[in-house]
Design a protein around this ligand. Structure first.
Ligand SMILES: Cc1cc2nc3c(=O)[nH]c(=O)nc-3n(C[C@H](O)[C@H](O)[C@H](O)COP(=O)(O)OP(=O)(O)OC[C@H]3O[C@@H](n4cnc5c(N)ncnc54)[C@H](O)[C@@H]3O)c2cc1C
Length: 274
């Protein structure tokens, strides 16, 4: 144990961990964050669709003083004024909903800078492990190099090793219906509308979830599907489902015609439960 002591140690420097670091360091607490990626927010694993604060307030009306951290202008790739839902038969329904499409690397770097400006320590490129004791516990790459925190925040994504070590086994309550697998291409050379995000209900290509085309400016879009395993036939591969969505969904295939796939990402995340 290296002997350093903190009020709060946060495992994971994604948007959850960094937001906690901002709020807690602003209150004067001594905060430490461990992030295993070498650069905050990179590689991006997200559609980067981020409702503006006014929409968040409408979504969670019972949360008083919702303290959403503003996205700085340089982190906003584009702004959407509405969402268009496309039914399995291709019917389109559009309604107003304002959202930023963020560059998550810039946004997360911004969160890190705010937290640091309030005194938080952020260690990047370190995979940390939690060693519980009866007053919070120790966190670090090894037991010998661990620092002590009175409170430990498990912000290491899904599934969380930290939560598991704290006796909160996420996988035990997050059954197969509560976990989605998302996969997405960044596509380029597109001519999609830049101020409308599209969500596709299409059980053929996004069983148990939905597909999306989220514009990112300069002819780019995040194009992906989310699925849930119990709805997927055993012989289906998620990559083939995404290809099917891009090439065979009657509406999406027209929007995406002529586009190129630049990079692919994928991850699992809880969509239900505590
Ligand atoms: C393809 C895809 C598209 C998505 N699209 C959207 C969208 O458009 N809008 C939206 O709001 N959400 C979207 N999401 C969901 C969104 O990305 C997550 O809800 C969000 O990232 C969760 O934030 P988090 O900070 O809780 O966890 P994460 O973003 O998972 O961050 C956890 C962090 O912990 C780090 N970490 C893990 N283990 C350790 C360790 N042992 N030591 C140190 N660091 C560790 C990881 O490197 C990571 O940086 C999408 C997800 C996927 C996969």
């Amino acid at each position: 144990m290296n002997g350093s002591k903190y009020d709060v140690v946060i495992v994971g420097g994604g948007p959850g961990g960094l937001s906690a670091a901002v709020h807690l360091s602003k209150k004067g607490l001594k905060v430490k964050v461990f992030e295993k990626k070498k650069i905050l927010g990179t590689p991006v694993r997200c559609g980067e669709y981020f409702p503006v604060k006014a929409e968040m307030e409408k979504l969670v009306p019972r949360v008083k003083n919702l303290d959403v951290i503003d996205a700085p202008p340089e982190s906003v790739d584009t702004t959407c004024r509405s969402i268009r839902m496309i039914s399995p038969r291709g019917h389109e329904f559009e309604f107003p909903f304002a959202a930023y499409i963020l560059d998550r690397h810039i946004f997360e770097s911004h969160l890190g800078e705010i937290a640091q400006s309030h005194g938080a320590d952020i260690d990047i490129g370190i995979q940390a492990h939690y060693f519980p004791d009866d007053q919070g516990g120790w966190v670090g790459p090894t037991r010998e190099k661990a620092v002590h925190g009175d409170i430990i925040i498990a912000a290491d994504g899904y599934p969380s090793e930290t939560a598991e070590r704290a006796g909160l086994p996420e996988r035990a309550y997050a059954g197969p219906y509560a976990v989605a697998t998302n996969i997405e291409y960044l596509m380029t050379d597109l001519n999609v509308e830049q101020n409308v995000a599209e969500m596709y209900m299409d059980p053929r290509y996004s069983p148990g979830g939905y597909g999306w085309i989220i514009p990112k400016g300069h002819g780019r879009a995040n194009v992906g599907i989310g699925i849930r395993e119990p709805y997927v036939r055993r012989d289906w591969q998620i990559r083939d489902l995404l290809t099917g969505f891009i090439e065979k969904n009657a509406v999406a295939s027209k929007r995406l015609a002529g586009g190129n796939k630049a990079s692919m990402i994928g991850d699992s995340l809880p969509v239900d439960g505590p």
